[in-house]
Design a protein around this ligand. Structure first.
Ligand SMILES: [Zn+2]
Length: 86
């Protein structure tokens, strides 16, 4: 009888340990998912502004163009042409 109780006790402890590990693991997974989700939500704020080239009026992302004297250009070619025709 004592042996059965001991075995049941060990099984119970093993089950509790398994549940604890499982909970810790899923909590960690949830945390990682939350962080990933947060990152995704934060990204739209970092989206590049679309600007129009002063010379050709083409709209391109701000980081792909050039700023010169407060004006925005799609390429150095248009920057040169704009300054030539100024
Ligand atoms: Zn241009």
């Amino acid at each position: 009888m004592g042996r059965i109780l001991l075995i049941l006790g060990i099984l119970f402890l093993a089950w509790m340990g398994y549940r604890f590990l499982n909970n810790t693991w899923s909590a960690r997974v949830k945390e990682v998912e939350k962080k990933a989700h947060k990152k995704l939500q934060e990204q739209p704020k970092q989206v590049q502004q679309i600007k129009a080239c002063v010379y050709c009026k083409t709209h391109i992302p701000e980081n792909e163009g050039i700023y010169e004297q407060g004006q925005f250009f799609c390429s150095y070619q248009h920057l040169d042409r704009y300054l030539e025709h100024k």
